[in-house]
Design a protein around this ligand. Structure first.
Ligand code: HEM
Length: 307
């Protein structure tokens, strides 16, 4: 958490902006002459992998397999994964652990800046706190990559898709870019990248008519909560100026998402600069949805520049 505070987030801004501008430049070249461009592969997926790679200071040349590992591991978290999906996920964990053991050994020898390098911070532990065991350290690194990677890719992809399919809201954002932070919150509410979460009850409780005993495993419908009519007037309306907007896309309470402000920063810069650079961005074919139920996003989102 200390490495993801407001100061750390502010320090990331310039780097994320120049990364996004570089991707937009490439997109400008590739969409010339009416060609289409996959916004997921060519844009949304490129941003978080760099941001998490920077947080853990993974050497740039070694970042190649990170995305595939993350996709394979997260697919294994589906409520009922097939044996093949589970095996692929477990294989990715084994490969990733081997990679991290080397990375951690090298970092122990040559520690980074404990202010900015999350891996060095996790290795050293907090001044008067607990030190992580080797297994905890490695698995926290895996968690961090997985938590921050596909979720943010999908926030950017879902957000752009929402703007393209709600042209009045897209025009509103172009006219008033000050709405961008509220627009990102509405994207998180309306089409959040994590739809389900889990808890095991530590005490008996009643939910509606149901008595649940201590120890029960429950699945929480984040997406359903975010469209609860008791909480959100006209919940099915995508309204980029919605206020208040007390969504639960990042969870809530003690274990709420530790990276929420990193994700917000990435989404604001990616979507804001994309909208400013390509006001005529349009859908250029049928998007391909990812069919998993825990994670919501697109595998492919073809776009072009009409006009
Ligand atoms: C749109 C992007 C993201 C979404 C929708 C999201 C959502 C969530 C959710 C729902 C949880 C579980 C909260 C709970 O159980 O109550 C969570 C936990 C977590 N997330 Fe995120 N997340 C995103 C991006 C990120 C990023 C970029 C990072 C890291 C840089 C990150 C790091 C974490 C960590 C470390 C936890 C565990 C917190 C804990 O258990 O104490 N997340 N996130």
């Amino acid at each position: 958490m200390g490495a993801l505070n407001q100061r750390a987030i502010a320090r990331m801004e310039a780097g994320v902006t120049s990364l996004v501008d570089g991707l937009l430049e490439r997109m400008a070249g590739e969409t010339q002459g009416g060609r289409t461009f996959d916004l997921i592969e060519g844009f949304a997926a490129q941003i978080p992998v760099e941001v998490i790679g920077n947080l853990l200071e993974v050497p740039r040349a070694e970042r190649g397999p990170l995305r595939e590992w993350s996709l394979a591991i997260l697919s294994g978290l589906e409520p009922a994964p097939s044996a093949e999906v589970l095996a692929r996920g477990n294989r990715a964990v084994v490969e990733f652990l081997a990679f991290l053991r080397d990375l951690v050994a090298a970092r122990r020898k040559h520690p980074g800046d404990a202010e900015t390098d999350v891996l060095t911070r996790l290795i050293q532990g907090e001044a008067d706190g607990e030190r992580l065991s080797e297994a905890e350290l490695l698995h926290n690194c895996i968690f961090l990559l997985n938590a921050g990677h596909e979720t943010t890719t999908n926030l950017i992809g879902n957000g752009v898709w929402l703007l393209l399919t709600h042209p009045v809201e897209f025009a509103r954002l172009r006219e008033d870019p000050g709405l961008l932070p509220a627009a990102v919150e509405e994207m998180l509410r309306y089409d959040g990248s994590i739809q389900l979460n889990n808890r095991r009850l530590s005490a008996a409780m009643q939910v509606g008519r149901h008595e649940l005993s201590a120890g029960t495993s429950i699945t929480i419908g984040i997406g359903a909560a975010n469209r609860d009519p008791a909480q959100f007037p006209a919940p099915e309306r995508f309204d980029i100026g919605r206020k208040p907007n007390r969504h639960v896309a990042f969870g809530q309470g003690e274990h709420a998402c530790a990276g929420m402000n990193v994700a917000r920063l990435e989404a604001r810069i990616a979507i804001g600069r994309l909208a400013a650079r390509f006001p005529h961005l349009s859908l250029a074919g049928a998007p391909v949805r990812d069919r998993r139920v825990r994670f919501r996003g697109f595998r492919m989102l073809p776009v072009g520049l009409a006009g």
